[in-house]
Design a protein around this ligand. Structure first.
Ligand code: FAD
Length: 383
């Protein structure tokens, strides 16, 4: 007879862990406060137009992890999809990430790769030898013109602060390509599930050992009613935020509709500081194999996350890291709770990383049980 296990959250973390543990013979219950599974990856067909909408913002699957790629292909048919992002900035439309096309258009030149490399080097601010902030790092890499067009305004809108207040570590390497490659991601495997992410997660959850209950908020005070709890909700939320709230940015999506093709691509960024949106997403372009007359778009803005908002991006500056370590220390003392996923470990995680970590959490649990060892509160270090 297996253990009675609870997954709090029916996102990728809860679904992948739950599936593995149900396959190993445990009795798994999965709760989610929302009315749907798949967490923030949730996709839904718009009733009026038939367009598949990425309800919590655009999600593109990309990975170098072959095991994860095989896993998702067990539960969904992935069709080829390459993310090609544009940016409307200073009255023109440019190609992102900054590539040879962007550089030549921006400076009105026709440079070849080596010429462009030398040119960008000549633009870089060489007086900055030990960059202390995101701004200094960007200036040291690409100089003021490209920094102001593509980084400054966008970053201010996305993070609600000046790039002088953000760490230099955000920009680890030169954010420029000296060729015409405009594929946003470098990963070996990229694609989009034909029927959306929610159908994929529904298939992961389709196992006789799994019971799913939606619109059910779990109260952490009841954790001891289960043999083990996997918590993919907010780490600070498990403790009723009693030490304070870990800082997040939230997003507002203002939906609008159009006929035909409104912007000609899936994602258009807006780099200018005086344009409120960070980007506009036209969802039909995420399913290029489908045809729809109508179109559904999201105008996206970012702001500080309040208590009633959906937490999207963890801020993780000095103050938040101090509070995080207080919560982590407390969580490590839990006997029958493991904190998982993007909220449970307060980190930005792409879907492939979320799935890999969920697989690891499940295997750690199975070997801990097999060897009569305690299951740790974290299977990755959140700090
Ligand atoms: C705007 C945006 C765009 C992204 N784009 C990409 C992308 O293009 N590619 C990519 O790979 N990744 C992307 N991601 C990351 C992706 O969303 C995450 O990897 C994934 O959602 C993490 O899954 P999770 O299960 O850990 O968390 P979630 O999806 O957040 O699931 C957690 C679930 O727990 C539930 N819950 C919380 N507390 C409780 C409670 N007390 N009781 C019951 N239920 C509870 C919540 O309702 C939620 O459904 C993006 C993220 C964001 C924010």
């Amino acid at each position: 007879m297996g253990d009675k296990l609870l997954m709090v959250g029916a996102g990728l973390s809860g679904a992948v862990i739950g599936r593995r543990l149900a396959e190993a013979g445990h009795e798994v219950t999965i709760l989610d406060a929302r009315s749907h599974v798949a967490g923030n990856c949730h996709t839904e067909r718009d009733a009026e137009t038939g367009v598949m909408v990425h309800v919590y913002g655009p999600h593109i699957f990309h990975t170098d992890d072959e095991g994860v790629w095989d896993y998702v292909n067990r539960f969904a048919d992935f069709l080829p999809y390459k993310n090609r992002v544009k940016s409307t900035t200073q009255g023109q439309v440019f190609s992102l990430p900054i590539n040879l096309h962007t550089i030549n258009q921006f400076y009105g030149k026709t440079m070849r790769p080596d010429e462009a490399r030398a040119f960008i080097e000549s633009q870089a601010d060489k007086s900055i030898t030990d960059p202390q902030s995101f701004e200094e790092q960007a200036l040291a890499f690409v100089g003021r013109d490209l920094y102001e067009a593509f980084f400054k305004g966008y970053t201010e809108k996305q993070w609600g602060c000046s790039p002088t207040e953000l760490p230099a570590s955000i920009l680890k390497r030169l954010p420029v390509r000296f060729n015409y490659d405009d594929n946003y991601f470098f990963h070996r495997f990229q694609g989009m599930p034909e029927d959306g992410y929610t159908a994929m997660v529904e298939r992961i959850l389709d196992h006789p050992g799994i019971t799913v209950r939606l619109e059910t908020r779990f109260d952490p005070a009841q954790a001891d009613q289960w043999d083990h709890v996997f918590w993919s909700g907010p780490l600070d939320g498990f403790y009723g935020f009693d030490l304070g709230r870990l800082g997040y940015r939230t997003l507002d999506f203002e939906q609008f509709r159009a006929q035909g093709d409104w912007q000609g691509c899936a994602v258009m960024n807006y780099g200018d500081a005086d344009v409120p949106q960070t980007r506009i997403t036209e969802h039909k372009h995420f399913s290029p194999w489908e045809e729809h007359e109508g179109s559904v778009l999201y105008r996206e803005t970012s702001r500080e996350c309040g208590p009633d908002d959906i937490p999207y991006y963890p801020i993780r500056l000095v103050e938040e890291k101090a509070l995080l370590s207080d919560y982590v220390e407390r969580a490590r003392a839990e006997q029958n709770v493991t904190f998982v996923g993007r909220l449970g470990t307060y980190r930005y995680l792409d879907m492939d990383v979320t799935i890999r970590e969920a697989m690891t959490a499940a295997e750690t649990f199975l070997s801990a049980r097999a060897e009569a060892r305690a299951m740790p509160a974290f299977t990755v270090d959140p700090s």
